[in-house]
Design a protein. Structure first.
Length: 219
């Protein structure tokens, strides 16, 4: 790097969106926090859960703070949670954003009386979700890691977090081009070595969220 170039940091207010599906009410049985994967957008990700009863299931879908065109300079847009560039600042910004979303949602009527809270992270969203749960005191019932991994830094201190005391699911397809059998075996060994015993759900398919598997893990 040019020795005359100096990095400077600035803190400022940032306006960001998130999305919900359903209406909180006395009939709500589960709140779902769902984190999309690389190159996805939250409102489209929410469509994966459209088959679940919106009266009983309320969904909160945060969205990665960085967006880009998926191909070239126009067309479809996707969002990401972080890249290797300025990674630590991205992580810190994600944590502040998620806490702000939680503060907004938890102020709504009925939110704190819903009996079950499911946390689902898909692909890249899995790492962001695990970090948030590890560094906050957010109450929840079940953590669902779907086609993604728990970051090594969280695994190393996992027993200092609420994660071991919660239900843990790890879901992946047997034809996933990103989570190969070798990768799956390696990560399961890492979870096991950290003293975690997830319920493993392996399905016929790739890097996707089949409706029938969502229904299975929703029980």
């Amino acid at each position: 790097m040019d020795e005359l170039i100096t990095q400077e940091d600035v803190v400022f207010n940032f306006h960001a969106r998130y999305y919900t599906r359903g209406v909180l009410s006395a009939q709500t049985e589960k709140i779902w926090w769902v984190m999309h994967g690389y190159g996805q957008l939250a409102p489209y990700f929410l469509r994966k859960f459209a088959h679940l009863d919106p009266v009983k299931n309320y969904f909160v879908a945060p969205q990665g703070l960085s967006k880009h065109y998926l191909k070239g300079f126009e067309g479809r847009v996707g969002a990401v949670w972080m890249t290797r560039e300025d990674r630590l600042n991205d992580i810190a910004n994600n944590m502040r954003y998620l806490q702000a979303v939680y503060a907004s949602e938890s102020a709504k009527p009925y939110f704190n009386s819903v009996p079950k809270v499911y946390m689902l992270g898909f692909s890249q969203g899995c790492a962001t979700l695990c970090r948030w749960l590890a560094h906050s005191q957010i109450p929840y019932t079940r953590l669902i890691m779907w086609a993604g991994e728990m970051p090594p830094d969280i695994l190393a201190q996992v027993h200092e977090t609420p994660i071991p005391s919660r239900e843990l699911f790890w879901v992946y397809g047997n034809q996933d081009q990103l989570i190969t059998e070798a990768v799956a075996e390696q990560h399961f060994h890492a979870l096991e070595s950290a003293g975690l015993r997830p319920q493993i759900v392996n399905f016929e398919g790739g890097h996707e969220l089949p409706a029938e598997i969502i229904s299975f893990i929703s029980e």
